[in-house]
Design a protein around this ligand. Structure first.
Ligand code: F6R
Ligand code: MG
Ligand code: MG
Length: 363
């Protein structure tokens, strides 16, 4: 029998400002999902947060894009928004862009990543959740895990990984998708995913078609047509045996690569891997944070979340991220710390140009 893991998330308000989900809203989310578990709708759940994003991790037997599960997530976010409004939390209800639920949270504000699979004899599943960045932030990570032999030793020396993987890449602006094969087409894959604001790895499959990884790719700014924050994406990766080992999956996070995010959704900053307790962006509304939880899925139950970056082995990555932040901050409002104009979430540039229009002289 197949199990579905649905991770559905939204920023429904935080404190102080855009830093952290409030304990009272976390408590409400746990209450709502506990009720759904008791009624049999869910097998299991885990509620956490990535900075100011409330994260609902749910297991069930209903498949992807299931109306009941999406409605449960939507109703949970609404119940939490009520509390956020009562407490006057910052940005209360900000990601619930639609007024009423219409069958699926996609396109309504929240982000979702879901996978359905037949549980293996033993099923390690890693869930990564980031704040103050966009779905393209996973491009570097997923490429390293599933296509780079300098990261993943198994691609070279493990017989079940040696064939490589298939990448499903979405064009978020052209609304198209394509499947590309690694290692055969790695230059084409890199040509696309090198533009993470537009081309995003949505799923990774084994060559025999088994799902290996899934990300959320909902771009709030494209949905809302105005600034509503970065998308703060989630990613699930199946590990071990026919998939990369847990250690190969967390290895790319040792390099705090630059991602779009941080202050006003308009800056490049390094992605800092942190423990659950450290996951609230502070300095310059950043650096963008990522947490990783490792579960064993056992008959749909989410066994023993392990806080993957709560480990001294990632201290150096955190130090490096701080050092890179020091250096980038010295650039102040200049690119490439600030994002290029078309990537900024909001800008006064048109107003400045309008104001100065008459003072520009031909040359
Ligand atoms: C929000 C974010 C923050 C805000 C910034 C300004 O997730 O990335 O950097 O953009 O704090 O927020 P407002 O305009 O709400 O004061
Ligand atoms: Mg917020
Ligand atoms: Mg956020």
């Amino acid at each position: 029998m197949k199990v579905t893991v649905s991770v559905i998330k939204a920023d429904i308000g935080s404190h102080p400002g855009h830093q952290r989900v409030h304990p009272k809203t976390l408590e409400q989310a746990r209450k709502s999902l506990q009720k759904a578990k008791r009624s049999g709708k869910l097998i299991d759940f885990y509620v956490t947060h990535a900075g100011d994003d409330l994260e609902l991790i749910m297991t069930h037997r209903k498949g992807e894009n299931n109306r009941e599960i999406h409605k449960l997530a939507w109703n949970t976010f609404e119940a939490c928004t009520k509390i956020a409004k009562r407490l006057k939390l910052y940005g209360a209800g900000q990601d619930l862009l639609a007024n009423t639920f219409s069958g699926n949270v996609r396109g309504m504000g929240p982000g979702a990543s879901e996978i359905e699979f037949k549980e293996r004899k033993s099923e390690p599943l890693l869930i990564f959740m980031a704040d103050k960045t966009e779905p393209g932030a996973w491009n570097y990570i997923l490429y390293k895990i599933f296509a780079d032999p300098f990261n993943t030793a198994g691609l070279v020396i493990a017989p079940n990984l040696h064939d490589g993987f298939v990448f499903e890449v979405h064009d978020l602006i052209g609304h198209k998708k394509i499947k590309l094969s690694a290692p055969e087409e790695i230059y084409d894959i890199l040509a696309l995913i090198g533009t993470p604001s537009r081309y995003v790895i949505k799923r990774v499959y084994t060559k025999s078609g088994e799902i290996a990884a899934s990300t959320s790719t909902d771009r709030l700014s494209l949905i809302a047509g105005k600034y509503v924050g970065k998308d703060d994406p989630v990613m699930m990766v199946r590990a071990q045996h026919d998939f990369p080992a847990v250690g190969e999956c967390v290895e790319p996070f040792a390099m705090p690569h630059l991602v779009a995010g941080g202050m006003r959704g308009s800056h490049n900053m390094p992605l800092m891997p942190v423990s659950e307790k450290d996951n609230h962006p502070t300095r310059f509304d950043g650096p963008p944070r990522v947490i990783g939880l490792g579960f064993q899925i056992s008959k749909g139950t989410l066994l023993s979340p392990v806080d993957l970056f709560d480990d001294v082995a990632f201290d150096r990555a955190r130090e490096k991220a701080s050092e890179i932040t020091d250096y980038l901050r010295l650039h102040g409002p200049l690119m490439p710390h600030r994002l290029p104009p078309e990537e900024m979430e909001y800008t006064t540039l048109p107003h400045v140009l309008e104001k100065l229009k008459k003072r520009f002289k031909k040359m």
